[in-house]
Design a protein around this ligand. Structure first.
Ligand code: G3P
Ligand code: MG
Length: 246
């Protein structure tokens, strides 16, 4: 694997808001717009299956109720994760992380797996994601990038599969952010895009870290980050930015 094998543009949750986030339909749409790398959010069911969902709870993006991680996979698999978005996607199921991995591997698409644990499951989720990714991507040219806002999840991922690249996610570059990234042997720091300035970019890159930004949906912000020499952008605007913009 090269030092940093990932493209600059990463399609957020598959296709941003153009399709129901974190469904296979969304990743297929993002790929149709020319994107080669995707971000997804992964968490554990009560019986240990990794599946894709952003929120802790089911209400916003499915017809289920309550804390998603308290349901077993057989229950989660029955839910409709598409109707909330639009009738065209009615009946779209929640995918497992393995479903998405197989789609990406079969189509030469790259993945950033955000470890998004149900509160209280930080270590178990980090460990499970790393173990599954190591198994599914064994022998692949480019492994997935594992990232999380939760240091405990990244630490568990590091212990389970130290060879997989990790990224620390941060809303703000709070005191100690570089030390945390270094302690977890991260390859990248991904922050909310206004956090990046000439000073913070230089501090990260001088420490050998790649600098990524979420979630950038307008051209002016993207140009600012490009001029700063940053290394990657997550976008919802999969039809207007990145691969789609040529
Ligand atoms: O991984 C980048 C971004 O997805 C982090 O925030 O809340 O969209 O998962 P969120
Ligand atoms: Mg995410």
């Amino acid at each position: 694997m090269s030092d940093w094998p990932y493209p600059f543009w990463i399609a957020h949750r598959g296709a941003g808001k153009l399709a129901p986030e974190n469904t296979l339909a969304a990743f297929r749409l993002g790929a149709r717009h020319g994107h080669r790398m995707f971000e997804c959010d992964a968490k554990l069911s009560s019986d240990g299956v990794l599946f894709l969902l952003h929120d802790d709870t089911l209400e916003r993006t499915t017809n289920g109720r309550g804390v998603a991680g308290r349901l077993c996979w057989a229950e989660l698999a029955q839910l409709d994760a598409g109707s909330w978005h639009s009738p065209a996607y009615a009946g779209e199921p929640i995918p497992t992380l393995e479903n998405l991995a197989r789609y990406c591997l079969a189509n030469d698409l790259l993945l950033n797996i955000e470890i998004k644990p149900t509160p209280g499951c930080e270590e178990a989720t980090g460990c499970a994601v790393a173990q599954l990714a190591a198994r599914l991507w064994a022998g692949a040219a480019t492994p997935p990038l594992l990232s999380s806002f939760q240091a405990a999840s990244l630490r568990a991922a590091q212990q389970a599969a130290p060879e997989l690249p990790r990224g620390l996610l941060l809303e703000t570059l709070r005191d100690g952010w570089l030390d945390t990234a270094r302690a977890l042997a991260c390859r990248a720091v991904t922050a909310d895009h206004p956090q990046w300035t000439p000073d913070t970019v230089a501090r990260a890159q001088d420490a050998g870290l790649r600098v990524l930004s979420y979630t950038v949906n307008d051209e002016a912000a993207a140009q600012r980050l490009t001029a700063l020499g940053t290394d990657g952008i997550f976008t919802d605007s999969v039809d207007r930015l990145g691969a789609a913009s040529g």
